[in-house]
Ligand binder design. Sequence first.
Ligand SMILES: *Cc1c(COP(=O)(O)O)cnc(C)c1O
Length: 485
Amino acid sequence: MVNNELIKAIQAYEAAGRILEPGQEDREHMAKQVNRYCDGFLDRVDYVRTFFENGEKAGPLRNSDFSEQCTIEDILQDLASQLEEPGINTAAGGHLGYIPGGGLYAAALGDYIADVTNKYAGVYYASPGAVNIENSLIDWAGRLVGYQNGFGGNITSGGSIGNLVGIIAARDAHELKGRDLERTVVYSTRLSHHSVSKALVIAGLRECITREIPLDNNYRMDVARLEEQIKDDIANGLKPFLLVANAGSTDLGTIDPLQAIRDVTGQYNIWMHVDGAYGGSFLLLDDYRDRMKGISHADSIVMDPHKGMFLPYGTGIVLVKKLHHLQNAFVYEAGYMQDVKEKNGPVSPATVSPELSKHFRSMRMWLPLKLYGEQPFKDCLREKLLLTRYFCEKIKALGFELVTEPELTVVAYRYIPQTGDVNLFNKRLMELMHEDGDIFISSTTVDGCYVLRFAALSFRTHLSHVDRLLAMFERQLPKCISEFH
Ligand SMILES: *Cc1c(COP(=O)(O)O)cnc(C)c1O
C-alpha cells in the first residue's frame, strides 16, 4: 500500500522545484532582460575601449554564495560590471591581439536552440538529427581541406583538443608502446603551438625525442633540413613517427610548405599532422587553398572555427584522413550502452572522440552557415587580409620594421630606437599601448627579439579599428621615444 505521506512529500518537492521550469510569461521576461543586456553590449561594442589591465575595474563578485534568489535584473547589472570592463573585450573589433574570432550573434542563437532542446549529440541512436548536423559539418570541413572519401572527424572544444585527438590517432595508428618511446621521433618547428607539446604530454608521449626543424629565411619549415634530420635519425636506429606542420603559425601566420613536407613524410611513413587552428579557415579562399596545397594528404588536420569563422569560443574541428584511425583510438564498450547499435549507420561523435556526453556545438556553426552561406565568411577573411596589408604599409611609414612579410593576417613588428635597448624599448611601448587600451594588441618573442603583434581576424574588425590602432601609436610612440632619450 502506498503511503499517503510519501505522495505528499513528492508533491511538496515537485512544487518547490517548479521554479526551475518557468512558464511562458517568466521565460519571456527573462529572455527580454537578457536580450536587452546583449543589445546594450552590441550597441557599444564597436566603439568601447578594448582593454583594461586586469583588475583595474574588476572587484570581487559582489555575492558569491548561492543561498538566495536574485532577480534577473540584479544579476545582469552585476554581470555588466564583471564582464565588460576588466581585461580584453574579446568580442570587440578592437581586439587585435592573440588570435581573435568574434562571436557571431547567429551562433549564439544556435546555442540557444541547442541548449533548450538539449539534444544528445554524442550518439546517432539518441538524436539522428543532431548527429546528422554534426556530421554534415565534418563533411563540409573535409571537402574544404580536399579529403575525398573515408575520412572522419570531430567537432571539438578547440584547437588544443583537436591537436590532442590527432596525436592520439597518430599514436595508435603507429601502435606505439611505452618501450618504443625513447627511440621515437616527433618533428616540429619552434613556431609550433604550445598546445602540441602539451598534447604529446597528455597522450603519454613525453619520452619521445622531439626535433625542432630549423626555419628557412621566411620562417617556414626548412624541408631539406627536415629530410637530413630524418635520415640521420634512421641511421642512428631511431624511428621517425610524427610531423606537425603549421598552416598559419600563431606567432607569425606563416604556412609551412605542406606539399614538400608531405612528399617527405610519405616517403618515410611519418604521420603528418597539420595545425591549421588559425590558418585553416583561409582554405575558403582559392588562392590560399593553393598556398596550402598538400594539406589534402595530411593524416590529420585541425582548424578552429572559433577563430577564422568567428564563432564563440569552444568550437574546433579535427579531421583524420582515415576514419578507422579515429575509431580505433576512441573505441569503447559499456554495458549500459548496450541499446546503442552502431553497426552500419552514420558515425556517432562519441565513437571518434574522448567525449561521451557533449555539447551540441555544431548547432552554433551550422545555423550561421545555413543563414548566410559561405560567401560572407570569404568576404570577411578577404577584408582582414587587406586590412593587414594596409596596417603594414602604415606601420612601416611610422618607422617600424616587420619580422617578415605577413602571409595571413598576423604581423610581427618592432621599432628600432636610435639609442637604447631595442627589446626594452618595445616592451615599454607595449606597456604604454596597454595603458591606453583603446585597441588591444599583444606581443611575442621571435629569435630573442621582443616584437609587437597585430592579428586581424574578428569579423568586427574594420578599417576604423586599424586607424584607431595607428592613432594610438601616434600618441604613444613619441612618449616612448622621449622616455628613452
Ligand atoms: C589557437 C591555436 C591553437 C590552440 O587552439 P585553442 O582553440 O585555443 O585550444 C593551436 N594551434 C594554433 C596554431 C593556434 O593558433
